[in-house]
Write a protein that binds this ligand. Structure first.
Ligand code: HEM
Length: 510
């Protein structure tokens, strides 16, 4: 008996030692391109469209977990939905941090934004303020605002169809200003919008870790502005002013309206009401409300513009998709009726166009990188604590095993027997990010894009434009390369399908 006990104890000690060994740092790191001493892969890093290079390296090395070391910053790239789900979703408790973005957070004043904040209590509180108003049911309170903003888009397109991206920016600004602050952007938002334009532009560049060397070499943040090569300090100072103005101004205007009882429904008005009721006093504080509303104000505009601009670009290139969508719309709606959210079930092809756009031109190709908060082991590899973890959404959404012929814009991949085919993996599983950090604005974003696409196709013909000699001008497909990728302005023709529709849009039909 005593021998048996001794044997069992030895076995337990051996097994636990073996387990410890297995989970220890002695395991190999995932494969990655061979780097140089000290600087690692610094010189290999692309300066733009990094998602394409990550995917290329993954293919070349036959791995869907890639490891890079950029001057000491460890980066893990997950190239398939399996790897992203296993780690960012199933182990989200340790994969939900954010990397320290020195340029963006510490020098440019973005430390208010919970999207860039490390996982923890402040992040949870601020996110809670937003998510309780943007879940699938609560978001419907904002449908009337989405409809009003969409009608405004139709008017803008009727009056000036040459400035597609400008019109989409108006739509996004109208929507987000009204949803977040209950304000009318044209009357009360000009100055904040100017500041937001500058601050957001800067954030979309600096939000990609590594775009500024100071993210990899933190000591550089102490280098004064006048030192040659420290141009980033001057940029950061200017951008910080715009950032602070952007969150302060609309908050004060909207709060004043709440105080004098003239505020419209909005995330801010709802949150202030909760603060005044004394609900969850740790969550509903002035500071948290200002920061949470400021975060969604900044996160919600460019993303929607990017998605809609890509959709229009796809429609311009694919007249057969426009024709099929208009046939569906004409069959489902009565004459002269604009679509509403209640028509969604009878418009599966419109839904397929929106899903295909989210897949085809992923708005945020590497989402926002997460951070691993504890050492981990996955598929026999050691994944070190502190690594930046990137879910390569672009690679996932262009995986030919899931979406055959992935670079083709083909809404029909989501249609079977005339119905929306739910068996095809939903691009929303990765285009809105992963795990606990998944985009909290995704239901609002989806609804805003869906109603805009349905409305545009109901009333307008969207096609390529011809030059004065009748030659078709092929629209380019250039995108800017930032955290959010938006097509550069492209030529296209957007004309009302009939005089009757023009009158309806202008509001002078009977
Ligand atoms: C088509 C439009 C949109 C797309 C494709 C999109 C995509 C994303 C992605 C990829 C992330 C990163 C998720 C991660 O870290 O894993 C994200 C985060 C976020 N999004 Fe969106 N988004 C869109 C619209 C919106 C809108 C309309 C809002 C607000 C009204 C919003 C608010 C946010 C916020 C606050 C975060 C940070 C979440 C956190 O870190 O906890 N987004 N979004």
């Amino acid at each position: 008996m005593i021998y048996f006990a001794l044997l069992a104890t030895t076995a337990i000690i051996f097994l636990s030692f073996f387990r410890k060994y297995r989970t220890s740092k002695n395991l190999p790191l995932p494969p990655g391109p061979k780097g140089w001493p000290l600087i690692g892969n610094l010189l290999d890093m692309p300066s733009q469209s990094e998602w394409i290079t990550y995917h290329k390296w993954s293919k070349e090395l036959g791995t869907d977990i890639l490891y890079l070391n950029v001057a000491g910053t460890r980066i893990i790239v997950l190239d398939t939905i399996e790897a992203a789900t296993d780690l960012l979703e199933k182990r989200s408790v340790i994969y939900s941090g954010r990397t320290r973005l020195i340029m963006c957070n510490e020098l440019m004043g973005w430390d208010f934004a919970f999207g860039f904040m490390n996982y923890g209590e402040t992040w949870r509180h601020r996110r809670r303020i937003v998510s309780e108003q943007f879940n699938t049911v609560a978001v419907q309170q904002f449908y009337p605002k989405l409809l009003t903003a969409t009608r405004g888009l139709l008017k803008d397109m009727l009056q000036n169809s040459n400035d597609v991206i400008g019109n989409l920016r108006h739509l996004a600004a109208d929507t987000i200003f009204s949803v977040v602050y209950g304000l009318d952007v044209k009357m009360e938002g000009r100055e904040s919008l100017e500041a937001a334009k500058e601050a957001n532009h800067a954030m979309l560049i600096a939000g990609i870790p590594g775009r500024f060397l100071v993210d990899y070499i933190p000591l550089l943040r102490f280098v004064p502005e006048w030192v040659p090569g420290a141009k980033f300090q001057k940029l950061a100072r200017g951008w910080k002013e715009a950032t602070l103005k952007m969150i302060e101004m609309p908050f004060l205007t909207s709060k004043a309206k709440v105080d004098d009882g003239t505020a419209a429904t909005s995330v801010l008005a709802h949150s202030i009401a909760k603060m005044q009721e004394g609900a969850n006093p740790a969550i509903f504080t002035h500071e948290n409300i200002k920061a949470a509303t400021g975060t969604i104000f900044t996160a919600g505009s460019d993303t929607t513009v990017s998605c809609l601009a890509s959709c229009i670009l796809a429609l311009v290139h694919n007249p057969h998709v426009v024709a099929k969508a208009q046939k569906e719309l004409d069959g489902a709606l009565s004459v002269g009726q604009l679509p509403d959210f209640s028509d969604e079930d009878s418009l599966p092809y419109i839904t397929a166009i929106v899903k295909e756009t989210l897949r085809w031109r992923d708005v945020a190709p590497i989402a926002i990188p997460h951070r691993l908060d504890a050492d981990d082991v996955y598929r026999g590899y050691h994944l070190p604590k502190g690594s930046m973890v990137i879910g390569n959404s672009w690679a996932i959404l262009h995986d030919e095993k899931i979406y055959p012929d992935p670079f083709k814009f083909n809404p029909d991949r989501f249609i079977k027997d005339g119905k929306f085919d739910k068996s095809v993996p939903d691009p929303e599983l990765s285009c809105f990010g992963f795990g606990r950090r998944i985009c909290p604005g995704r239901h609002l974003a989806y609804s805003a894009v869906w109603i805009a696409v349905a409305s545009l196709l109901t009333v307008f013909d969207i096609k390529k434009v011809a030059d004065k000699d009748g030659r078709i001008i092929e629209p380019g497909e250039e995108y800017d390369s930032a955290l959010v990728c938006t097509p550069l302005p492209f030529p296209c023709s957007i004309t009302p399908r009939s005089e009757k529709w023009s009158a309806i849009i202008r509001g002078d039909s009977d």
